[in-house]
Design a protein around this ligand. Structure first.
Ligand SMILES: C[S@@+](CC[C@H](N)C(=O)[O-])C[C@H]1O[C@@H](n2cnc3c(N)ncnc32)[C@H](O)[C@@H]1O
Length: 263
């Protein structure tokens, strides 16, 4: 076989292959960038339904998100909560199992000009370390909230948690907000807010006497023995801050590591 036609044939084959590769790449890019999620579409443990934007705003208001926060959205969908937090100046990370949703979130963050603050990872929320977050947002399911609850209660005291529509079973929310139809919200319009409480249950010698605290999440009961009398107490722990009333007096304190400072 003559050498020149062989070279020519080889060249055309390489060209055809390159063109085919380029066209399938272009096709893939086109189909990814035109990906349109459908509300209710399947997800690993929860379907995707977006949180209405007014509820996103309310959730971040309840958590008082500022530029000093690191917000993590567990199951971040199209990225709206992360992007909104980033627009408030916070660093925010979305954890999402569906890679198409992760790619969509990244494009959305780019459109909104917040890629420096808003990042997304393709990961399973059950296998993700969220201990560095100062605020956690979620719109999952009651059973998932309950499954995550022990991990959440082990976070740094003071970490703020906000959930769209679903509670934490018998861990009462610190605050609940219901958005009415006048806000434009028609479904999934309730936001719940919690603060991870320090572990304060136990008996302490304090300048006032002896304090015995029983703790159920953020709720405190127990007794204060002071000046030879024992009073029942009722109170709350908010992050590391403690308040309670006993014998008609209000007390404030702070859990400093394992030490309780009572004022
Ligand atoms: C109800 S949507 C909420 C989306 C977003 N947080 C919002 O409020 O608009 C739940 C999201 O969690 C994602 N998801 C489900 N199971 C997951 C898992 N195990 N790990 C990470 N993401 C998950 C779904 O793909 C879906 O996007």
């Amino acid at each position: 076989m003559p050498a020149v036609p062989l070279i020519r044939r080889t060249c055309s084959c390489v060209l055809i292959l390159a063109l085919a590769a380029f066209s399938s790449l272009a096709q893939a890019q086109k189909s990814t960038s035109s990906y349109e999620p459908q509300s209710g579409q399947a997800g690993k443990d929860v379907v995707w339904v977006p949180t209405p934007q007014v509820v996103v705003d309310k959730m971040l208001d309840m958590a008082k998100v500022t530029k000093d926060d690191f917000v993590m959205d567990l199951g971040s969908g199209d990225g709206r909560t992360v992007i909104t937090a980033a627009k408030r100046g916070a660093r925010a990370l979305g954890v999402e199992y569906n890679p198409d949703m992760v790619a969509l979130s990244k494009r959305n963050a780019e459109k909104e000009g917040v890629t420096a603050k808003a990042t997304f990872i393709k990961a399973d929320l059950f296998e993700t370390d969220f201990s560095k977050a100062s605020v956690i947002t979620m719109f999952l399911l009651p059973a998932i909230n309950l499954k995550l609850r022990p991990k959440i209660l082990n976070l740094k005291p003071g970490t703020r948690i906000v959930s769209n529509s679903f509670t934490m079973d018998d861990w009462q929310a610190e605050e609940t907000a219901t958005l009415g139809p006048e806000t434009g919200c028609t479904s999934f319009c309730i936001a719940y807010f919690w603060i991870v409480p320090a572990r304060v249950g136990g008996t302490y010698k304090v300048p006032q006497g002896e304090l015995n605290l029983k703790q159920l999440f953020q709720m405190l009961s127990g007794t204060l023995t002071t000046e030879g009398k024992t009073f029942a107490l009722e109170g709350k722990v908010r992050g590391e801050e403690i308040t309670f009333t006993a014998g008609g007096r209000e007390y404030r304190g702070r859990m400093n590591g394992k030490r309780l400072e009572l004022r």
